[in-house]
Every structure is written in C-alpha cells, then in structure tokens.
Design a binder for this molecule. Structure first.
Ligand code: NMX
Ligand code: MLT
Length: 436
C-alpha cells in the first residue's frame, strides 16, 4: 500500500467515530430551518451537505482544508523555478489535510505517472465524434467510456467488498482517472483545434507542466495550468458540479459515472461555462470597438445593452459569495504581474469598476461582484489558448481533483444515498395558509 493510501486509511478510521457519534447521539439536533423561498428557490443556503475538504464563507471566500488561497500558494511546495505549487502536492493536501513533503509529492507524481496511459479506445471514440461536438461533451464522453476500467465495480461485484472498504477501490479509480485527464483534455484540444497534431506525454514532467507540454504552449503556461487546476478544484459541496458528483456517487455509481456527470453540470452557462461566455462577450466588445480601451461610458453602455437584451453579465454574481471571489483576486494579481497591459485584461479591469454599481442599481443580483470566471479566460487567451469553447474543460480537470477527493471521503465515512424529499405546490400553499 502506498504511504498516501495508508495515511488516508488511518485518517478515515480516526474520523469515523466523529461522524458516527453525531448521527447516533445528536441526530435530532437542528442545524437549519427551511422556508418556502428556499424550497422553490434551488435549495439556496440550506445546510444539508457535509464536507471537510473545503468551506466557502460568503464574505471570505473559499478555504481549502482550512487554508485561504494565498496561504495555499505560500505553504505548499512549489515546482522548482515556478511560482505555483505542484498539483500533485495539492491533491495530497486535499485528501489528507497535511502539507506534503517533497517525498509525498514524489509519491503522488509516481502514482499518476504509472496510471496515466489512456486506453486507445478513448482516442478512437473522441476521433469518431462529430466535429462540432462541444469539448465538454467530448471530455464527459471520454471519462464515461472508461467506466469499464472501474476497480470499484470489479470489487463490488466480487461480493467480498465490505462497506468500510468502499473508499479503497474508489481511491484507486480516482487516481487512475485523474492521472489520465491532462492527456485526454490535451488530446481533445489538439484534434479539435490543431489539425490532430498530437504531442506525446512526457513522463518526466509534473501534472501542470505535462499538460502545458501536450497543449503545445510554452512556459510560463505550466504555472498557469497549475494555478488554474488548483483554484478551480473545489468550492465546498453545494455547487452544481460538486453536488452532482456527490449525488451520483451516493448511489454507489463509480468515479467514472460520477465525474462524467459532474462535468455535465459544469457545462451550463450559469456554472463553469461562464468562463467561455465571458470571453465570447468580451469579443463582441472587441469587434465593436477595435484595438482600443473603452471609456467608462462605453463600457457602461455595453453592460446595460447586455442586461437590456435579457442576458446575465457573465462572470458576475454568485449563489453563496457576497464579495469579490478570492479566486478572481488571485488571477487578477497574476494578470497585474504578468499581463498588465493586455487589452482584454484592461476590459476586465474596467468591468470590475463598472459592473458592480450597475448590478447594485438594478437591484436584482444578491452579489454584484466578479466570480472566478470573469478573469480566467483572459489569462488563457493571453498565453495563446484562444479557443474559448475549451475553457470549461480546464475548469473540469481542476474540479475533478476536488470532487474525487470528496467522493473518496464520502465512501470512507459511509455517507448514504442522497435522497431529499419533494412536496407538491398544493402542500406549500397549505403550509402558507393559502385558502382555496
Ligand atoms: N447579471 C445579471 N443578472 C444577474 C446576475 C448577473 N451577473 N447575477 C444574478 N442576476 C439576477 C439573477 O438572474 C436573478 O434574476 P431573476 O430574479 O430575474 O431570476 C436575480 O439577479 C437574483 O439572482 P441571485 O440570487 O443573485 O443569484 P443566483 O444565486 O440565483 O445565481 C448565478 C447565481 C452565479 C447563477 C448568477 O449570479 C449568474 O447568473 N451570474 C452570471 C453567470 C456566471 O457568472 N456564472 C458563474 C458562477 C461561478 N461558477 O463558476 O460557477
Ligand atoms: C464553483 O466554483 O463551483 C462556483 O463558484 C459555483 C458555486 O460555488 O456555486
């Protein structure tokens, strides 16, 4: 057993009594009340999920295993010569809540390395898909097609797998899948946009650098990739992608079914696809104005026109956050350092100033501030990844790290099948005292 797996086994076993005690002795303690607005309104704010991997405070933003983004960037060992931590070390941290040593990172890197060969049939399936398939459809399909590889399904069907051990083959499935995602993502990119000229994986490189290499984008894109995967990894459990992954996995569907489903949730324009939408929207502006920085007035008019046409302003607002997303701020800092004079960054910078007062005045959005997606595409564009339909695939690679870690822990702690209760409209009217 690898040291990481042994460490995880111990941690899961030590944690179990906490969960068991809460259920057994305090199962009736109330943590929330639910009103009609929440029942109809997408279960907003209802506390009904547990995760210890990340927590989202509406005003502070995300903490991964208790650390803010700047703390993660400072404390986790960085790739030599780069500014960003190893993705491998970050995955270790998500799973164990411990800052990895160089040896820990080496072990995860080797685990990924020995599991990263993508079955040939995945490439064949991707090549056979229609040319206008969205990259997210291709990514989701590639993941789903590998379901036949599931170690969990094999062990479950053997009839000897005990419930307490469900996490173990899930851990194997998780590593097997994560190790292959950079190559699958890069393959989709290269066949869809680069005439099918594939760049072979380099076994000497870490997760971020190998992805950059297979994409064919030079340094410092390796660091951009690491930053991107880490920032997008997790956002507690209630967001559409993480929740979908958890929900599907709760039926004991394996990692392949769960992560493919997670990807499908991420592909909506109100969720991860917003990063593509931001770039599409900024390009409309670019086409209108040409190579100049708009005035504040021009930018306001552009925003108002979008709102008037009934669309949302992509990259702004959030279901939980009530301040600027720290993931936005981390990327903004990166832009200020590496691409301060880029025209698209200047657009985004101006939007940061112009949009919140407009949304506040409009009085609908509960959070007028920018989220992670407002800033991310600009960085990709700057480093040459201009095919914005692909951006959500990058989000999905990152999000898979967090959701896989969550599913392993869900299984370790024996979380049950998720099954909330629904009611009818009539029942709600009765609860409201509406007389017919
Ligand atoms: N532009 C225009 N209107 C907005 C925006 C926005 N950016 N954000 C919220 N509103 C509207 C929203 O459409 C709703 O209108 P209506 O009552 O007519 O349905 C009203 O304000 C109240 O919405 P909220 O309660 O503030 O937001 P909710 O929690 O329902 O939705 C989002 C959150 C993120 C879906 C919403 O803010 C939005 O559509 N933002 C733009 C899309 C986006 O950037 N999504 C990415 C989120 C981050 N991610 O990566 O997933
Ligand atoms: C996310 O990263 O999942 C988004 O910010 C959406 C959310 O948290 O609801």
């Amino acid at each position: 057993m690898s040291e990481l797996k042994e460490k995880l086994r111990k941690k899961i076993e030590e944690w179990r009594p906490r969960t068991a005690r809460l259920i057994k002795e305090f199962g009736n303690v109330k943590v929330d009340e639910v009103d009609i607005g929440q029942v109809i309104g997408g279960a907003r704010d209802i506390k009904s999920l547990v995760t210890d991997i990340s927590y989202l405070d509406p005003f502070e933003g995300i903490r991964f295993r208790g650390l803010t983004i700047p703390e993660v960037m400072e404390k986790l060992p960085k790739v030599p010569g780069g500014e960003m931590p190893f993705v491998e070390g970050f995955y270790f941290f998500l799973l164990t809540s411990e800052i990895p040593t160089q040896d820990d990172i080496k072990e995860v890197t080797m685990e990924f390395s020995r599991r990263k060969i993508v079955p040939t049939y995945v490439f064949d399936i991707l090549k056979a898909m229609p040319h206008d398939s969205h990259p997210m459809v291709m990514f989701s399909t590639a993941i789903l097609s590998m379901q036949r590889e599931s170690v969990f399904v094999r062990d479950y069907n053997s009839g000897i797998l005990k419930k307490n051990d469900y996490w173990n083959p899930t851990y194997e499935d998780g590593l097997n899948l994560l190790a292959k995602l950079p190559e699958i993502a890069a393959f989709i990119y290269r066949i869809k946009y680069k005439g099918g000229k594939i760049i072979e994986s380099d076994p000497k490189l870490d997760f971020g650098a190998n992805f950059a290499h297979m994409m064919g984008i030079p340094k410092p894109y390796d660091d951009v990739a690491r930053m991107y995967f880490i920032l997008h990894s997790d956002h507690e459990s209630g967001n559409v992608s993480a929740h979908t992954g958890h929900l599907v996995a709760s039926a004991l569907s394996d990692i392949y079914y769960s992560i493919s489903a997670m990807t499908n949730g991420l592909a909506g324009p109100l969720h991860g696809l917003a990063n593509q939408e931001v770039l599409r929207w900024l390009h409309e502006l670019h086409i209108k104005l040409g190579e100049k920085v708009p005035t504040e007035e021009e930018m306001k008019n552009f925003v108002l026109e979008t709102l008037k046409s009934g669309q949302v302003i992509p990259g702004f607002g959030h279901a939980v956050l009530r301040k600027t997303d720290p993931r936005y701020m981390a990327q903004r800092e990166f832009c200020l350092k590496h691409l301060p004079n880029d025209l698209l960054f200047k657009y985004v910078d101006l939007l940061f100033k112009v949009v919140p007062p407009i949304l506040l005045e409009q009085g609908k959005a509960k959070n007028p501030w920018p989220n992670v997606d407002a800033q991310s595409g600009v960085i990709q564009w700057y480093y040459g990844l201009k095919e914005y339909d692909f951006y959500t695939v990058l989000f999905a690679v990152g999000r898979s790290l967090g959701v896989v870690a969550n599913i392993i822990w869900d299984r370790g702690l024996g979380y049950p099948l998720e099954r909330p209760k629904s009611v009818t409209t009539e029942m709600l009217e009765e609860a409201a005292g509406i007389k017919k």
